[in-house]
Design a binder for this molecule. Structure first.
Ligand code: HEC
Length: 113
């Protein structure tokens, strides 16, 4: 059913927003580099390449682009994906990772919040 799945998707995005704000914003924001790089536009961005952010040598040397699956893997265990990284934070629940990625993928590309 189209309506049912669209509703589930909207719930996932709004739950993802809450998780990002309560957990990721300890270090990140959408539009500024803080302890971690700005997150707006990270889906589809080359890893380790946010303008003006000083990455670990390990992430700076990464050559991949962040797609949805790779961000989920990063959030599952960043050190397993990129040994030597320095995020050292993970989301243990698959549901949380799925919702966070749904939110990040649906962010407006323009700065506004
Ligand atoms: C304790 C601080 C901290 C928390 C909490 C944190 N991060 Fe990070 N994050 C970082 C740092 C630092 C880096 C850069 C790591 C490096 O250079 O190795 C990073 C990098 C990233 C990257 C790679 C970006 C790029 O430009 O290559 C993504 C994606 C990311 N974080 C997503 C998240 C999400 C989503 C959350 C919340 C679930 C989160 N982070 C929570 C500190 C944090």
């Amino acid at each position: 059913m189209f309506y049912a799945s669209a509703m589930v998707h909207a719930q996932s995005i709004s739950r993802g927003k809450q998780i990002v704000e309560s957990r990721c914003f300890a270090c990140h924001s959408l539009d500024s580099n803080r302890v971690g790089p700005a997150l707006r536009g990270v889906v589809g961005r080359a890893a380790g390449k946010a303008d003006g952010f000083e990455y670990s040598a390990a992430l700076a040397a990464a050559t991949n682009t962040w797609d949805l699956e790779r961000i989920k893997n990063w959030l599952t265990n960043p050190e397993l994906l990129v040994p030597g990284q320095r995020m050292n934070y993970q989301l243990d629940l698959k549901e949380d990772r799925d919702d966070v990625v749904a939110y990040l993928a649906n962010l407006d590309s323009t700065k506004e919040n």
